[in-house]
Design a protein around this ligand. Structure first.
Ligand SMILES: [Zn+2]
Length: 461
């Protein structure tokens, strides 16, 4: 393993903050010490990793991952989720506050999660808190403990222990988050629009799509923006699937509302027209919509309207997905809603981005520096620049592979990408300068929000 801890990584395609060029990257004590012209640095044998034409990029920062441990560890756990992350070039994840039991809605709940994650993380790991009905008093203590912000649902979340907020609850949560300076991250679908939509069970995707109309997203975002305007809270719209919300976000920004948004690889690369009958691996909420909607998302992405492209990795056991290939009914209405493909986000997005004329620097902005900035990790994560952690990925943008579930590291390797050919192969992932070797031991660290004052040290593994 000669390159397990190189001091110089050389590539003819280094993706730097100002674009891609040939360069040498100098690493010292797990951090990027600087960059220099290609071939100009000297290093001892075994200390130089020359990638040739394979690109060197900052590791991805995935701020939307549902790990589910403890409590639903059979769905997904810290070890398997972070192995999948590392294999996919993701070097930092931020875990969502729900689907684990307990959810991360109290300081005690956070402590339980942190203990569960100890010595299991193959990549660096931070935590979101949750804002649910009745826990306004818990938000400030949680924030001091280092959560990166608070997630709320405007419609039922799918799990009973994480209820959604009604109008008054949203108002209270956003007012408190404005006061403490936290970022509110919101699942925006409107429950009354959902309740009025036709609910037709069965294996046909078009029926499921009709049950989660674009109007539910637009109505919820409208309500969210009104509340953000009144309270002054900083809000982030999670997993935008409908292009119909984009004009609302644009108008609100023009009005001075502090709002950002993200979308996900599956909304950018899959489309309703491709979902087979019973293809519940494709089920997520909000849903994957049609091809023309997808073009609208790409247009917004190209215009810089999305801060981040993140996975929303949300697995369950195959039986809950009701997958026909596992003997399930394939009923979209009853299946668990969640896409599980953390490991595939980079090649999936790159495949489609390249086809649409984008370059690797765009992907880095969407999947590394953008999400790092969202959670205040600019300066530490998400860029190849002096002083940043040497979280790096060697990515061959010209090679390709066929997706097989057996090659995936997440606990229940179900994926809607099965059988697709994707462009771009992750060769090596380095975390703080050290190669992540899935046959050795994990050395990921638990992160806290910068400037927080946690009782636990930030480098507890
Ligand atoms: Zn999610």
């Amino acid at each position: 393993m000669p390159f397990s801890q190189p001091t110089v990584i050389r590539s003819r395609r280094v993706v730097l903050p100002d674009g891609e060029r040939p360069a040498d990257v100098l690493i010292r004590d797990g951090k990027i010490a600087g960059t220099a012209p290609h071939g100009s640095l000297t290093a001892g044998e075994g200390d130089l990793a020359d990638l040739g034409d394979t690109a060197l990029m900052p590791g991805l920062v995935d701020t939307h991952v549902h790990v589910n441990e403890p409590g639903r560890t059979e769905w997904e756990g810290f070890a398997t989720a972070t192995r999948a992350a590392a294999a996919g070039g993701v070097t930092t994840i931020v875990d969502m506050p729900l689907n684990s039991v307990p959810p991360t809605t109290t300081v005690d709940g956070l402590a339980v999660k942190r203990r569960a994650a100890e010595r299991q993380a193959w990549v660096d790991l931070g935590f979101w808190g949750g804002a649910v009905p009745g826990n306004v008093a818990d938000l400030e203590p949680l924030y001091r403990q280092g959560v990166f912000g608070f997630k709320s649902f405007l419609a039922p979340s799918g799990v009973d222990e994480f209820p959604h907020v009604e109008a008054a609850g949203l108002e209270a949560a956003l007012a408190e988050q404005a006061r403490i300076g936290a970022l509110a991250i919101i699942h925006a679908e409107d429950p009354s629009v959902l309740a009025a939509a036709p609910q037709q069970p069965g294996v046909h995707y078009r029926d499921f799509l009709a049950s989660r109309p674009a109007g539910a997203e637009a109505a919820a975002v409208t309500r969210l923006l009104d509340t953000a305007r009144r309270t002054g809270a900083r809000v982030h719209v999670l997993h935008v699937s409908s292009a119909a919300v984009l004009p609302l976000l644009r108008q609100a920004r023009e009005d001075g509302v502090r709002v950002t948004a993200e979308t996900c690889p599956h909304y950018l690369t899959l489309a309703a027209e491709q979902v087979p009958d019973g293809g519940t691996a494709f089920k997520c909420c909000p849903p994957i919509r049609d091809e023309s909607n997808r073009d609208g998302l790409w247009e917004a992405l190209a215009n810089g309207e999305f801060t981040a492209v993140v996975s929303d990795h949300s697995p369950s056991t195959p039986d809950l997905k009701l997958l026909p290939e596992y003997g399930g009914s394939g009923d979209f209405a009853a299946a668990w809603g969640g896409i599980a493909s953390l490991q595939l986000g980079l090649p999936a997005v790159w495949t489609e981005a390249r086809r649409r004329g984008h370059v690797l620097a765009d992907v880095v902005r969407w999947m590394s520096s953008g999400p790092a900035g969202l959670v205040g990790l600019t300066g530490t994560k998400g860029a190849i620049a002096a002083g940043h952690d040497a979280d790096l990925v060697a990515f061959d943008p010209d090679d390709g592979f066929a997706v097989r579930a057996s090659g995936l590291h997440h606990r229940n390797p179900v994926t809607p990408y099965a059988g697709r050919t994707l462009t771009g192969v992750v060769r090596t992932t380095w975390l703080r300068g050290r190669e992540v070797d899935l046959a050795a031991r994990p050395f990921g660290r638990q992160l806290v929000r910068p400037h927080s004052r946690p009782a636990t040290p930030s480098d507890r593994v």
